[in-house]
Design a protein around this ligand. Structure first.
Ligand SMILES: [Zn+2]
Length: 219
């Protein structure tokens, strides 16, 4: 899943109004932000294999430290814990951040083929494989994205033009990146896949910037 993860970040703003959208987007994609670094370090593995699923030509052969349920539970606790030490927020916000990190596993299980581990060592893997059913996967992800956008715009409002144009250009950028992922050329190598995944950081920074120019309607 790609923009569906960001949708959860957008939607979570309702439950954690004092937390920046940047933190929520970071939480939703924490797994995919850790993953390329572990691939580049040779700790996790991905192979480019056209046809392995109808939509995504990646064999995600080994990624328990970034994508197992257990690892994500630990990452969720670490990330939400550090945030709660740095910022004075209520418990609801901290739990929201942790659940957003964990939501990555649930959404990836829906789209990935059976390659999502439960723990670092357990060989059992899960995945409903919706990447083989674009007629289901694409509308589902777009609907989730639409919900996230609706929720974020419903519970926040722009303070100025940066808050509105900045936000809607982020939405347009995400949709364009999603279309490119679906229709663009097959990546030449796993290293290229990992480096291009680092561009997710740009979206996180964009989220921080947008959030500074919007205000929560709920107090
Ligand atoms: Zn992922």
């Amino acid at each position: 899943m790609f923009i569906g993860h960001f949708a959860v970040g957008f939607g979570a703003k309702k439950y954690a109004p004092q937390v920046s959208l940047g933190i929520l987007l970071l939480a939703s994609q924490l797994a995919d932000l850790i993953w390329p670094n572990l691939v580049l370090l040779g700790i996790e593995r991905v192979e480019v294999e056209p046809g392995i699923t109808a939509m995504v030509p990646l064999n995600l052969s080994y990624y328990p430290y970034s994508h197992s349920l257990l690892a994500l539970a630990l990452w969720a606790a670490i990330f939400a814990g550090i945030y709660s030490l740095l910022r004075r927020v209520n418990m609801k916000a901290v739990i929201t951040i942790a659940l957003v990190v964990l939501s990555h596993w649930v959404l990836d299980v829906m789209t990935h083929r059976a390659d999502m581990p439960l723990t670092v060592t357990d060989p059992a893997v899960f995945g409903l494989g919706l990447w083989n059913y674009p007629a289901i996967a694409i509308p589902l992800e777009l609907a989730l994205f639409a919900w996230g956008i609706w929720s974020y715009t419903h519970y926040t409002r722009a303070l100025n033009l940066k808050g509105s144009i900045g936000f809607w250009s982020l939405v347009a950028f995400l949709l364009t990146a999603y279309a490119f992922n679906l229709l663009g050329p097959t990546p030449p190598s796993s290293t290229a896949v990992a480096w291009s995944a680092q561009s997710l950081w740009l979206i996180v920074l964009w989220g921080f910037w947008v959030d500074r120019h919007r205000i929560s309607k709920k107090r």
